[in-house]
Design a protein around this ligand. Structure first.
Ligand code: SAM
Length: 245
């Protein structure tokens, strides 16, 4: 999407991120990730304002982060414990972070899909693998693509409609590149805002191939953070990768 770079998400969303982006799964995610980390070192890719990293650090884990957005990291720093988390400002498509190797590398909340090319996603897997300890785990949380949501390559969904306000999502889908140009449009009391979010989706099996290219294999796949089984009906997945046994 023209005019959209790695830091744009934070520029547009940091101020209201915690209020508007609560998936309601944080406690379960933290519990599952802490179990996988098993007391070891954690690296969160796209750490954001620390929704996951801070509770993990509060459990005594050593947590590092990387994020492209100084605005999101300012939000992390402003929270209790946020100043103590080592953070690298950089692009998760191509990174080196000191302080490893890590027992757990985490990339959740669909953020792999913020990388809008196949090459960038594959390289992210390779960089994650390069930072993993020999028995380490790389955890991805992502939605399962739903191309049926698009009609004639487009989708439209009303979020809110009142006498004074209208908010809707508009998207355009390219099935060849697996990219979606997406905007949240909000109008209230005469004010108007656009929140763009370009993404490239990938199927779970495609992520398994990216993992193989990075020298990893799938160890576990759940449909949610309670470790519910992943089935053909699952709308999301948590995939746990590691080196072949
Ligand atoms: C949906 S938020 C997720 C934040 C946090 N992981 C969480 O679960 O709350 C996406 C984060 O990815 C970061 N981000 C987006 N593209 C990035 C890139 N190419 N490199 C590094 N960070 C990126 C944004 O700045 C933002 O902090």
């Amino acid at each position: 999407m023209k005019g959209y770079g790695p830091a744009t998400f934070g520029e547009l969303n940091a101020e209201d991120y915690d209020r508007l982006h609560d998936p309601g799964t944080t406690d379960a995610a933290v519990a599952a990730l802490a179990a996988l980390a098993n007391g070891g070192r954690v690296l969160e890719l796209a750490i954001g304002t620390g929704r996951i990293a801070l509770p993990l650090a509060a459990r005594g884990l050593s947590v590092h982060g990387i994020d492209a957005s100084p605005d999101m990291i300012a939000g992390l720093r402003a929270k209790p414990g946020g100043a103590a988390v080592p953070v690298t400002i950089g692009d998760i498509a191509d990174f080196t972070v000191e302080g490893g190797p890590f027992d757990l590398v985490v990339l959740i909340f669909n953020t792999l899909f913020n990388l809008t090319t196949l090459d960038a996603q594959v390289n992210c897997f390779k960089c994650a693998a390069a930072h993993l300890a020999s028995n380490g785990r790389f955890v991805i949380e992502a939605f399962v693509p739903d191309v049926a949501a698009f009609r004639n390559g487009q989708s439209f969904r009303v979020r809110e409609i009142t006498a004074q306000s209208l908010a809707f999502d508009a998207a355009r889908h390219d099935p060849v590149s697996q990219t979606i140009e997406y905007q949240i449009v909000r109008m209230r009391d005469g004010a108007f805002s656009l929140t763009p979010l370009p993404m490239r989706y990938a199927w779970p099996s495609e992520l398994d191939l990216m993992a193989r290219l990075a020298g990893l294999e799938l160890h576990e796949r759940w449909s949610d953070w309670t470790r519910a089984p992943f089935t053909a009906e699952s709308r999301a997945h948590i995939s746990v990768y590691g080196r072949p046994a």
